[in-house]
Design a protein around this ligand. Structure first.
Ligand SMILES: Cc1cc2nc3c(=O)[nH]c(=O)nc-3n(C[C@H](O)[C@H](O)[C@H](O)COP(=O)(O)OP(=O)(O)OC[C@H]3O[C@@H](n4cnc5c(N)ncnc54)[C@H](O)[C@@H]3O)c2cc1C
Length: 389
C-alpha cells in the first residue's frame, strides 16, 4: 500500500512538536492501512465501514481532545491533525468521528449529569456505543432557533414530539442527543435506541457522503425519564457550543481532502504525457493550477494551526471558527475541482479519490453552518450588525 508523503511547502512540520507528529503519523498510517483499501467500495455501496469503529476507539480518536472518562485528553492541534488524516481518507469517516466526539461526547461531558457521563463516555470513547446529534428539522436547517420539536413535562419525565432530519449516524446510534423546545426554552435530551415512540429511517439517493449513514428521526409521544435531560444545557447556545467544536474539526479535516486531491493530481501530471511525449506538468497552465493549490493548502494549514493554538490556550472565539470552516471548505472544494480538471477523463472515475472528495465536500460546505451563514457570522463580527434576517 502506497504511503501518503504529506504536503508541506513551508516547513509546516517544524511548527509541530514530537507528540503532534506522532499522533498525525498514527492517524496517517491508520488511514493508509485501513481506510484507503475499503473506502471506494464503501462509497459505491453507500456503506459506512462500521468495522473500523472499535479500532478507532482503541487509537483514541473518539473525543480525542476531551479529558477523563476514557478519553485521550489530547490537545486541540493533535485532534485537528487526526481529523485532517481521517478526511484525507474520506469525509464520511471524519464525520463519524466528529459527530461522536464533538456533537455527542462533548455535550454529555459539558452539559450532562455524572450518571450520564459515566454511562456513556467510556463506551463511546471505546467505540462500543455510537451517538448522533439531532438538531436539523425538515423546516429548520440554517435557522435551528425555529425548531418545532417539543418537549413537554409529564409527571417525572418528558414527552417528545417532532422530527429531525439529515442526521449523521441516526439509525446506527445507540443514543441520540435531541434538541427540543420546552416551555422554558430549548433543552437537550439523551434518547436511547429502542425507546417507544422513537423511530429512524435512512435517507437514500445521496451522491455525496455515501460512506456515511444519514437518517431522519421521528418522535411520536416519546416518553423519556427526567434523567434523560442534559441538566446544564439551557437555550440554543448549548447546541451552538457543540457545533463550534465540530466546525473546528471540519476546518482541519478538509485540509486532508485537499491534500489528497492535490497530491493525486500532482503525481499524475508528472507521469501523464501529451503532445511530443512531454508530461502535462511541463505546461504553464498546469503548473499554475498546482501552484494555486499548494498555496491555498499552505494558507489553510497555517490558519488551522494558529486557531488550534488559540483553542489550546482558551482564546478561540466562534467567529474565528467560522472563518476556519468557511475558508478551508472553499479551499478544499477549489482544490478538488482543479485536480479533477488536471486529470482529464481520469478525474471522474473512482479509481482515483478526486470525484469522491469533490462530492463529499459539497455536503461539508452545507452542514455545520453553510458557507453563507459563516459569511454572516464574520460579517457581524466585523460590522457589529447582524444580517441573518
Ligand atoms: C450529509 C449530511 C449530514 C448532516 N448531518 C447532520 C447531523 O448530524 N445533525 C444535524 O442536526 N444536521 C445535520 N445535517 C444538516 C445540515 O446541518 C443542514 O443541511 C444545514 O444546516 C443547512 O440547512 P438546510 O439544508 O435546511 O438548508 P437551508 O437552511 O434551507 O439553506 C438553503 C440555502 O439558503 C441559504 N440561506 C439560508 N438562510 C440564509 C440567510 N439568512 N442568508 C443567506 N443565505 C441563507 C443557505 O446558505 C443555503 O445556501 C446534515 C446535512 C447533510 C447534507
Amino acid at each position: 500500500m502506497a504511503r501518503f508523503p504529506g504536503v508541506d511547502y513551508v516547513l509546516f512540520d517544524s511548527q509541530l512538536n514530537e507528540q503532534e507528529l506522532m499522533v498525525r503519523q498514527t492517524a496517517r498510517q491508520f488511514v493508509d492501512d485501513r481506510v484507503i483499501p475499503v473506502i471506494r467500495d464503501c462509497f459505491r455501496e453507500g456503506r459506512f465501514p462500521s468495522e473500523l469503529a472499535l479500532e478507532m476507539g482503541r487509537l483514541g480518536f473518539f473525543g480525542a481532545n476531551l479529558d477523563g472518562y476514557g478519553c485521550a485528553g489530547m490537545s486541540n492541534v493533535e485532534y485537528g491533525l487526526i481529523m485532517q488524516e481521517l478526511e484525507r481518507g474520506d469525509s464520511g469517516v471524519r464525520s463519524f468521528v466528529s459527530v461522536q466526539g464533538a456533537l455527542v461526547m462533548y455535550p454529555i461531558l459539558t452539559f450532562g449529569s455524572k450518571d450520564q457521563r459515566e454511562k456513556w463516555l467510556p463506551r463511546m470513547a471505546a467505540g462500543e456505543a455510537i451517538g448522533c446529534f439531532g438538531l436539523t428539522e425538515p423546516d429548520f436547517g440554517s435557522n435551528p432557533a425555529g425548531m418545532k420539536t417539543t418537549a413537554k413535562r409529564d409527571g417525572d419525565g418528558w414527552v417528545l414530539n417532532g422530527e429531525k432530519t439529515w442526521i449523521t449516524n441516526g439509525s446506527v446510534a445507540d443514543v441520540a442527543v435531541v434538541w427540543a423546545r420546552a416551555e422554558e426554552g430549548i433543552r437537550g435530551f439523551l434518547v436511547e435506541r429502542g425507546t417507544p415512540g422513537y423511530g429512524t429511517s435512512d435517507i437514500h439517493g445521496k451522491l455525496s457522503m455515501r460512506a456515511s449513514t444519514t437518517s431522519s428521526l421521528a418522535f411520536s409521544d416519546c416518553r423519556v425519564p427526567a434523567s434523560a435531560q442534559l441538566p446544564e444545557a439551557k437555550g440554543l447556545k448549548a447546541p451552538l457550543a457543540c457545533l463550534s467544536q465540530a466546525r473546528f474539526g471540519i476546518g482541519w479535516g478538509v485540509i486532508g481532502a485537499a491534500m489528497d486531491c492535490y497530491e493525486t493530481a500532482r503525481s499524475y501530471t508528472v507521469l501523464r504525457k501529451q503532445f511530443d511525449d512531454r508530461p502535462i506538468a511541463s505546461h504553464q497552465l498546469v503548473q499554475e493550477k498546482l501552484a494555486d493549490m499548494i498555496t491555498e493548502i499552505t494558507k489553510a494549514q497555517l490558519l488551522a494551526l494558529h486557531l488550534g493554538r488559540l483553542k489550546d490556550t482558551g482564546k478561540i472565539e466562534p467567529a474565528h471558527i467560522s472563518m476556519l470552516k468557511r475558508n478551508n471548505v472553499r479551499m478544499a472544494l477549489d482544490c478538488a475541482r482543479l485536480s479533477r480538471d488536471l486529470m482529464g477523463a481520469n478525474g471522474i472515475i473512482d479509481e482515483y479519490p478526486i470525484m469522491r472528495h469533490l462530492c463529499n465536500l459539497e455536503t461539508v460546505k452545507t452542514y455545520e453552518g453553510t458557507d453563507h451563514i459563516h459569511a454572516l457570522v464574520i460579517g457581524e463580527r466585523v460590522t457589529g450588525v447582524a444580517a441573518y434576517r
